[in-house]
Write a protein of this length. Sequence first.
Length: 360
Amino acid sequence: MFFWKKEENKVNNNNLLLWVIIVMAIVIAVMWFFLWKMSSWWGESKVKYDKLSIQVIKDSRDSTFDPEVIINELKLLPSISWAEIVVKDFSDSWVKEYLLENNIKALPAFIFSTNNFDVSLDPVQAWQPKINWFLQAIKSGEYMLEVWATYDPFVERSERWFRMITKEQLETLKKDVYVKWDEKAKIMWFEYSELECPYCARHFKSNTSKEVLEKYPSDVNLVFQHFPLYFHNNAETAAQALECMWAQKGSKGFYELIEKSFTDAEVKADGNINTSLSSSKTYLIEQAVKLGADKSKMEKCLDDKVYAAKVASQMKNGTDMFSVTWTPGNVLINTETLEYDVISWAFPTSAFVDLVERLK
């Protein structure tokens, strides 16, 4: 009896050992498979992205924008961090011809050899717009990044090296706009913006425009210009809602609704701004009513798209005249000398003060 139990225990131990060996073999096989797949993916990924090169074309005469800032940002993006980046200047022998052949009218230009990658502009916020969205195919077969370029190396310039606008262009811009602050101010600040833009909300919340007004109460005025970005679902309707508000409550109501929307934009714990609610149609109609507008008139105005053409026209002017591609796009014009310059995105008050001082 004892011998039988001993044999039974031996058999059980052998079975257990066999199962342990089988399980270990399966685990090793699975680990080997995943390691092989990761190695394969890494190899393919490296081959894929190693082919990426970025050519940066700047103009050393431009003192308003340092492309190194953007270059350093690009180097932080994991998927393109090892791309070869070469910087060229407008004065280099072949650059002018290259720009003309590819119809590139604004610098700095960021030319990508391929668009075959998928990476957010913000490595932390994956929901942010992808670089690919702003890559435009050019004649050479490469891809140009359409953001940040505002400096035109070919345009007529004043002795102070500002770009020039014609009287006719200025009059076109001044038609059917709503001026905030002193209408007789020498410097007009055209702010190309939209209510769903988180950077525009940040720009407002930083009190930049308020601080500029306090420093230059009779020298500068502000004109909000519509520039609804296509990937913001609320932006187009929100722009038209502002115009519908103007139809009922004038310029005062127009700017009150803008300020209310930006004020109510949610600042998240990580510092990013969520504008999805404060730029929605429902929210804007509700706030317009609280500011004295008639709800049924607002709804009919939006349903009939009464101001769609005006919104599109302002956006076209921003693109055609000033190469605005992103919001906020700030164009400051000396209406006496017809000189102007552009500040792209949200910058601190000091940047605007410096430009006003140079334009005065």
